[in-house]
Design a protein around this ligand. Sequence first.
Ligand SMILES: *Cc1c(COP(=O)(O)O)cnc(C)c1O
Length: 317
Amino acid sequence: MSSAIFDNSAITPVEKVYFESNSGNRVELLVKRDDLIHPQISGNKWRKLKHNLTSAIATKSKGIASFGGAFSNHIAALSALGNIAGINTLGIIRGDGLDVNNPTLRLAKENGMAFHFVTREQYRQRNNPDFLAELNFRFPNYFWVPEGGSNQQAQKGVWELGDEITSWCLQTNTTLSHIACPIGSGGTISGLLKSQNKPAIGVAVVKDNRLLSHLEECYGENLNVHRSALFGGYGKVTSELEAFCLDFMSQTNIPIEPIYTGKMFYALCYQREEIGLKPQDLVLAVHTGGLQGLNGLFYRHQIDEDAWKATMSNLAL
Ligand SMILES: *Cc1c(COP(=O)(O)O)cnc(C)c1O
């Protein structure tokens, strides 16, 4: 068991990109390329798992257990971490059982993750102390991490991301108007807001009004929760969103996916007025990674696999 994977804390680059909208509007964005942080433990999941691994080792836990849907980026990342760091992982998965063709679960299994499948009703109890106590009894001595990895340890890792952004701004003499990221379980935006006193834009990709209102209450004026880039809800992709993602990738050379980063970049390119951004505002968007999610969308035929692969193979990476 070793946390050596997190030792070389390579600082991810910030890139300046331009996107020209359909109406000819040119948008300038800074992109913090956390998608490049690790090939398997991608983006914000790397940030959030880092100190969870330290805690799991420090508490001499038998492994790390967590929760996710069957196509979850968090589950994929946690399983890869288990494989690399040599620690057991257990996934409490919403769903009927192992579909061996599901690319995320197949990968997680190859990485050595053990699964426990629960119904939708049971999964809804994932933060209920009685249900957690039951799981803890059934699977003793695991270090339990909530869905999406968003706990106190995660905040510490995202704080480091915030520090990197602050240092980059000092070094390059850049003044940002806002920092932006998608909101899933809210751990990333919370960590960013705690690490610096900068206005933040959180682009909601889940319809969870309780979570979104709670975040607004916590962070007040510093946080602008943007709810208009949902495209129907979590994991939903429309043809307009898909076309935007392909266009954005071609124009910027940055690979994205439509569940998290595609919705964030759509909002920052096409909904600036609605967000309240002024033309001169300079936004730094955190690319939270998550490209493994594309495989699940291909698998469910939710997006056009040929079009995505053609576009991505043309990126000058
Ligand atoms: C999990 C995930 C998010 C959501 O982050 P939260 O901290 O849960 O809000 C955003 N982007 C990507 C790519 C993710 O995989």
